[in-house]
Every structure is written in C-alpha cells, then in structure tokens.
Design a protein around this ligand. Structure first.
Ligand code: BDR
Ligand code: CA
Length: 313
C-alpha cells in the first residue's frame, strides 16, 4: 500500500479527507502532522488526535508550526469551520497524546527511511513542508510526490479575488514548495469548487457508517451552512478529500503541466500564478523552474461517489 503523510489543519474537510484515507486499504497513513490554518496548531493537534481515534489503526500525530515562515499570521477560519474547527460541536477530546517529535523532523525521518516511497499530502498552509526543504534539502529528491490542496490557477480565490486560503496562510512557504525540485500536484479551486457535498450526502453516510459518520455529519453541518448562507452555494466544496481521490484515482482529473509561483506581497499576495509549459516568457522569474502538475478539470460526480463511498464503508 502507498505510504502517505497528511499535513493538516483540521478543519471539517480535513476530517473528511483523513477518514477517507484511513478507510482506503490502498493507503498506509504513516502519520498526521499538524499546522496552524483553520485553527491554531494546538487545536489542530487536538483535532488530529480525535481523527486518529476514528481511523481503524494507530496513526500517530505530530505537532508542527504555529505561524508562517515570514508573513504575519492571517486570521483563523472560525467563521467557516467553527471555533473548534469541527463546526462548534465540542466533540470530547481524545485520551491519545501527540508524539514528542516535531512534525518537520518526523517528515524528514520517514522520507529518508523509505526513499522514493512517501507521498506528502498537505491540506493546510505549507509552512511545515517549506521547513522540511530548508532543514533537509536532500529530502526533495527522496519524496515520491507532493499532492496538495491549495491555490487557484484560473479560478478566482476564496480569501481574496486571487488567493486561496491555504496559500494565503503562508505564501512564502508555498512559493518554496512549488519551485522546489520535486513532483508537486496542485489540487486547487479549479477542481474543488466543482464538487459539492450536501446535508443529504452526510445523512446517508451517517446511516451507513454510524461509527465515523455520525461525527462527520455533525461536524459538517456548520460548514455546509456556511457555504449555503454566505456564498449561496447548495453544499460545501470538497476541497481536502480531492487530494485523497487523486491519489486513489488520478484518471478522475484533467492535468496540465507548468511552472507555478506564488505572489508574496502586495494586493495579489497569495495568488498562485501558473505559466503553461508551452509558453516562453522573456520576463525573469520563470526560468529553470520545475514543471509541476495542476488539476484543471474533474469528473465531479465520479469524485463525489468515490469520497462518499469511502466515508460510508
Ligand atoms: C482550504 O482552506 C481550508 O479552510 C480548508 O480546510 C481547505 O484546506 C480551502 O481553501
Ligand atoms: Ca485544510
């Protein structure tokens, strides 16, 4: 089975992604590493421990970075995910404890232990991942793939007209991750905005799989209501679980290759700028950058079926 490390700021859609991964026999989740984002890194760690309890096997949790590498922190997304990150349901804390090793050190250790085998799955701001590159540059050549949720190549942003939340959370870190010499797959709003999960879907999941599904149904109520009430959209967008869907079945997506940079200051801060592979630009800043993959289109119903199927099992 494929080894993955999920770097996460849970978060309701993070919870859906983690339970989906845990329920997928094709995957071996080596650990959950936490980062600030939707909530503080302390709350993210508390939440990751709760999610680790819902997995059918022991998934250790490692606490990571609390603030971005350079910029001042953006506000937490309590208006989207609730104060507790799980839609204000105040789910009881797990008795499990986080490991003492730092998230960044755990990632470095595992990638060196299994060269060419570990896929990193970042679902929050990219601070931990950029720290890995800083601290252990050799790791870039040893990672199998980085499949991340974040950015928007042609779609508009969700926290500014051009910026998606995870990239805005740490734009400097994101620029480092996209321009490093390792294979990145960007799963951003271009595809995640095309797939909507509704209250009815969560109701069905809770009926078929009460053990995990009742928690997920309760946690997602507030999140789905946010999309309906604030954005007028009939369901929540399936952001973070789309990374797991990609790993399980990349044929669901239409992928383009190109170079990606992130704007790190000014009005367009947090924008992911995509330069298609076949275009040459005379202006500096785009030479000698690695070609990365960006998901531009998705078979939405098939992705939704895959997500709900794994959550119902
Ligand atoms: C991303 O931001 C967070 O609120 C979600 O968990 C997801 O990772 C979507 O922009
Ligand atoms: Ca997230």
């Amino acid at each position: 089975s494929r080894k993955i490390i999920i770097d996460t700021d849970p978060g309701v859609d993070d919870a859906l992604a983690i339970v989906m991964a845990a329920n997928s026999p094709e995957l071996n989740v080596l650990g959950l590493t936490t980062v600030f984002g939707n909530v503080s890194v302390e709350q993210a760690t508390t939440n990751a421990l709760i999610l680790s309890e819902f997995a059918g096997y022991d998934i250790p949790v490692y606490k990571g970075e609390a603030v971005p590498v350079t910029r001042t922190p953006a506000p937490y997304a309590d208006f989207v995910h609730g104060d507790d990150g799980f839609g204000n349901i105040n789910w009881p804390e797990s008795d499990k404890q986080a490991q003492t090793q730092h998230a960044v050190d755990f990632i470095i250790e595992q990638v060196r232990k299994y060269p060419g085998e570990v896929t990193l799955v970042p679902l929050g701001p990219l601070t931990n991942i950029a720290r890995v590159l800083e601290k252990a540059p050799d790791v870039a050549a040893l990672v199998k793939e980085v499949v991340l949720m974040g950015g928007a190549a042609r779609h508009c942003g969700n926290v500014s007209p051009v910026a998606e939340a995870n990239i805005m959370g740490d734009p400097h870190a994101a620029d480092k991750v996209f321009t490093a010499n390792w294979p990145v797959v960007m799963i951003g709003l271009d595809v995640t905005s095309q797939v909507l999960l509704k209250h009815d879907d969560m109701q069905k999941i809770a009926q078929l799989n009460p053990k995990q599904g009742e928690f997920l149904r309760q946690a997602s109520d507030f999140y789905i209501d946010f999309y309906q009430q604030t954005l007028g959209i009939a369901g929540c967008m399936v952001h973070d679980p789309s990374t797991i869907a990609y790993i399980l079945d990349p044929s669901l997506f239409e992928v383009e290759q190109g170079r990606i940079r992130v704007v790190t200051d000014g009005l367009a801060i947090g924008q992911t700028t995509f330069a298609p592979d076949d275009r040459k630009f005379p202006y500096p800043g785009w030479d000698n950058l690695p070609l990365q993959k960006v998901c531009m289109k998705v078979r939405a119903q098939a992705l939704l079926d895959l997500v709900t199927g794994r959550l119902s099992a």
